[in-house]
Design a protein around this ligand. Sequence first.
Ligand SMILES: Cc1cc2nc3c(=O)[nH]c(=O)nc-3n(C[C@H](O)[C@H](O)[C@H](O)COP(=O)(O)O)c2cc1C
Length: 185
Amino acid sequence: MKAIGFVGTPRKESNTVLAVQAILDGAKERGAEIAICSSRDLNLKPCQACMGCAKAPTCVIEDDMLQIYDQLESADVLIFGSPVYMGQMTAQAKAFMDRLFAKLGPHIAPEIKDKFTGKKLIQVYTQGAPIPMAYQAYFDLTAGAFGHLGFDVIDTQVIAGMPDESTQERTDLINGLKKVGADLA
Ligand SMILES: Cc1cc2nc3c(=O)[nH]c(=O)nc-3n(C[C@H](O)[C@H](O)[C@H](O)COP(=O)(O)O)c2cc1C
């Protein structure tokens, strides 16, 4: 089993990276192959709506998304993480999600063949607001969009009441997320 994590955050000491890493660590302890990337370390441009992906085998923007497509192709599970900014995912996370359009499938253009059907996805959101349900409608909407891309959204982890400092001290939280990862493998 191969699980990859993507986190759309500008922060180095990121709550969301720690949360996604904990899920991956749990999967790794059960033998999974794992990888994680953060938008902070990537050159990821937003979709240009050029429709080059309808004519080429993949997105025609030459940036780090090309290697993420390769990783996704061989992955069984995507752990998608974003902090909540203004009630939604970050701009960095949205850029990543929009770029998945290039693999949306032949109903967009016959040449686009690499739909994500069969791959599982876990959404991970961290937020300052203490009430986990505060943005549930948005998380459900986004799960639907991932479903449209072909993913099987199996879980949404909402980590509420996060201060801007690191989550590392919260062993209860980290252990719970590791269990989520262990259950994947
Ligand atoms: C620009 C900005 C907007 C934010 N908007 C919200 C928000 O609408 N609701 C909320 O609960 N938290 C909000 N937060 C808090 C972050 O979601 C929270 O601190 C998150 O854990 C940060 O994740 P990171 O450490 O992975 O970057 C916002 C933070 C920033 C910097």
